[in-house]
Design a protein around this ligand. Structure first.
Ligand code: APR
Length: 289
């Protein structure tokens, strides 16, 4: 099945899903290149990061689309492969876009839902799920809507941007469908309670995050002894503000990402590697209480 929607013609670095807040700029002249590139895992950064996680009792982990890249789920902003390099987010991921053409948006999400259903958790998801046993608390705060952390076995997961698996009433009458197979027929289907459209239960550009999920994420990050940030570009707020909040609360911040990010300056260690390689190396046997 090929993805519906028209490819877009312009870049979309400045738009963000989940609220209109602008990111704080990196201080002028400060480089995000803290670690040498060209190695799969920068051994010194990895060793430093392991030391930071040693003895940690409460670990928070903030994840973004890169976490699922090795499962075959495309990221949003990677050049060439990112969804927003091919599709227009305002057309496909905004309330206005949905209202303009509900069937188009519904089909795009149906395509992504199918892709996610076929994907399997990767070595990074599994390493996080397995590591939970070694911590008093390991809370995963994810911007991903794919449910792969839960499918890998993680239990303490906060979904900041909702879930692509669930659908709900556009008119907010309260109707919620936890699984695609429970949905009424139609494209998009109509709400059986009030007749409005049903929409994916995700946070679109310009929409607010669920305040309870955001508060729980902030608590998890500020109460943690360390924060691990995996596979996010750090461009979308309020999620991208969590590392700074954790740092202000005294927690060391470790970033795992093969590319520089907007929030590298907040980190105490930057491991330039893919999640599937770095997380088993970082968490294997670490943090036991
Ligand atoms: N391992 C770790 N990181 C990776 C990998 C990998 N294998 N592959 C790519 N990355 C990194 C990229 O270098 C990039 O920094 O993942 C990041 C993906 O960034 P984005 O595509 O911007 O995804 P994300 O940060 O999750 O976006 C935030 O924007 O439109 C949205 O709502 C959507 O939740 C999403 C939000």
């Amino acid at each position: 099945m090929s993805p519906p929607g028209r490819p877009k013609g312009e870049s979309f670095e400045r738009e963000r899903e989940g609220g209109p807040v602008d990111p704080p700029g990196r201080p002028e002249g400060e480089s995000s290149e803290r670690e040498p590139e060209g190695r799969l895992v920068a051994a010194d950064a990895l060793a430093a990061a392991r030391r930071m996680l040693a003895g940690v009792r409460r670990l928070a982990v903030l994840t973004g689309a890169g976490m699922s890249a090795e499962s075959g789920v495309p990221t949003f902003r990677d050049a060439h492969t990112g969804l927003w390099s091919r599709f227009d987010p305002m057309q496909l991921a905004s309330p206005e876009g949905f209202r303009a053409d509900p069937p188009l948006v519904w089909r795009w999400y149906a395509w992504r839902r199918e892709l996610v259903a076929k994907a399997r958790p990767n070595a990074g998801h599994l390493a996080l799920a397995e590591a939970a046993a070694h911590f008093e608390r390991l809370c995963v705060v994810t911007q991903n809507v794919d449910g792969l952390h839960q499918r890998a076995g993680s239990r303490d997961v906060i979904e900041l941007h909702g879930s692509i698996v669930r659908s709900r009433c556009l008119a907010e009458c309260g109707a919620l469908f936890a699984r695609p197979e429970e949905l009424p027929a139609g494209e998009p289907p109509r709400c059986p309670r009030c007749g409005s459209w049903l929409r994916p239960d995700v946070v679109w550009f310009g929409e607010r995050l669920d305040p309870e999920a955001l508060a729980a994420a902030e608590r998890a990050c500020t109460e943690a002894d360390a924060l691990l940030v995996v596979g996010t570009s750090g461009l979308v707020y309020p999620a991208a503000g969590l590392p700074m909040q954790a740092r202000r609360a005294g927690a060391p911040v470790v970033i795992v990402n093969p590319q520089p990010t907007e929030i590298d300056a907040v980190a105490d260690a930057v491991v330039r590697a893919a999640a599937g390689a770095a997380l088993p190396a970082l968490l294997g046997g670490a943090g036991a209480v």
